[in-house]
Design a binder for this molecule. Structure first.
Ligand SMILES: Cc1cc2nc3c(=O)[nH]c(=O)nc-3n(C[C@H](O)[C@H](O)[C@H](O)COP(=O)(O)O)c2cc1C
Length: 374
């Protein structure tokens, strides 16, 4: 192994006491392949197993905490019925040697009546997103919001009982938690919205519920991560200042890491084009001393990872698409074979790569998203 890459293989211990064997995590990626009822399929077991072993942790695809918060084929953690299915997956991942972190989420206004069996999607307010064919969600009642907060706590209990090493709360990528924080999707004038402070209340209450469950049910170190998208392009939309205020607030809750969701780990502000500083560096400088930051976004080579650690200062790196393409990425780095890392998916390798059919189709639905050679 190249001397410079040794840093990628240093263990990392979180505040909770849990230790990752190295600095690379697999980023959460929806496989679109769970059973209709929310149980994990064998295809998913094989997909994760193929990618476990070398990476410090696998963060799973997002699992919905309530039935009205699902994707078409997302896994469910919405009732105790799922604990057995969740437990099987946790064991399969852990048997490879990697830690298993379950991502938990609610889709909010990004859902659609067709995947919700005719039910209207819900959100903070009845404001559709700006994407094509967006459906107008129904505004959640106060009782429903309180129930959802508890649902995140209950999902955490189930993840603990299923034997996962941690949960990552999905507060990013425009889903429900972000919708409460966003002035675009949250137009409420009650406890849950109005001012920046009030828009933080849903993320804060969710984090509090997750932390309470960890305190109550975990009998060994349990990793608590939180994923954030630092900005929105909508007007009004989440600004970097909003995000810095949010992470400063959330840091009180024993969060083990913030995972900053970016398309490019070195990317600068989408809203303030004059500022060329990587947005991740601004966040790292603001909060990285208190809460470790995971950087993600277009990390293709070990040099990309090292550059991010050096120039931005983040201690941990998540890799998404590149681990779909080459599950042996870290092994190749360790063995000094980084020049053999594949950078394009070849249809012929689909079997060996254990990519579920529905995931393959999903990736192709957005041309250019994942490089595929036919
Ligand atoms: C097929 C696919 C599915 C994804 N699903 C999720 C998801 O369930 N939850 C999430 O937070 N991010 C999801 N993402 C985003 C990734 O976690 C990651 O942030 C993004 O792909 C950028 O990292 P990369 O360039 O290393 O792929 C997904 C990305 C891809 C390609």
């Amino acid at each position: 192994m190249k001397k410079d890459y040794e840093r990628l293989f240093e263990p990392f211990t979180f505040k909770s006491g849990a230790t990752l064997d190295n600095r690379i995590l697999m980023a959460p990626m929806t496989t679109n392949s769970s059973f209709e009822n929310g149980m994990f399929t064998t295809d998913e077991h094989l997909y994760y197993e193929r990618r476990g072993g070398e990476v410090g942790a696998i963060v799973t695809a997002c699992a919905h905490i309530k039935e009205n918060g699902k994707f078409a084929a997302s896994p469910s953690i919405s009732s105790d019925l799922y604990i057995e299915s969740l437990s099987k997956l946790a064991k399969r991942i852990q048997a490879t040697g990697s830690k298993a972190i379950l991502q938990i989420f609610h889709v909010g206004r990004m859902g659609s009546a067709s995947t919700l069996r005719g039910i209207q999607p819900v959100s903070a307010s009845a404001v559709p997103s700006l994407r094509d064919h967006a459906e107008t969600p129904r505004e959640l009642s106060l009782e429903e919001i309180e129930e959802l907060v508890q649902d995140f706590g209950e999902a955490t209990r189930r993840a603990i009982q299923a034997g996962f090493d941690g949960v990552e709360v999905h507060g990013a990528n425009t889903y429900l938690i972000q919708q409460f924080f966003s002035p675009h999707s949250n137009r409420r004038e009650d406890y849950w919205g109005g001012s920046l402070e009030k828009r933080m209340n849903f993320p804060v209450e969710v984090v509090n519920a997750v932390q309470q469950s960890i305190k109550k049910y975990a009998d060994k170190p349990f990793i608590f991560g939180y994923r954030i998208s630092p900005e929105e392009i909508e007007e009004p939309g989440i600004t970097l200042d909003d995000t810095l205020a949010l992470v400063n607030k959330l840091k009180m809750f024993n969060i083990d890491y913030f995972h900053i969701s970016l398309g490019n780990i070195f990317g600068s502000s989408l809203r303030n084009k004059a500022d060329k500083t990587p947005i991740l560096k601004i966040i790292q400088d603001e909060i990285g001393g208190d809460v470790p930051i995971i950087g993600v976004g277009n990390v293709i080579t070990p040099d990309d990872a090292i550059q991010a650690m050096d120039e931005i200062g983040v201690p941990l790196i998540a890799i998404g698409r590149e681990l779909i393409i080459d599950p042996d990425w870290l092994l190749k780095v360790q063995e000094g074979n980084e020049s053999d890392i594949s950078k394009v998916l070849h249809s012929n390798d689909r079997e060996d790569l254990r990519i579920p059919d529905a995931m393959w189709e999903y990736m192709q639905s957005r041309p250019g998203w994942v490089p595929i050679l036919k």
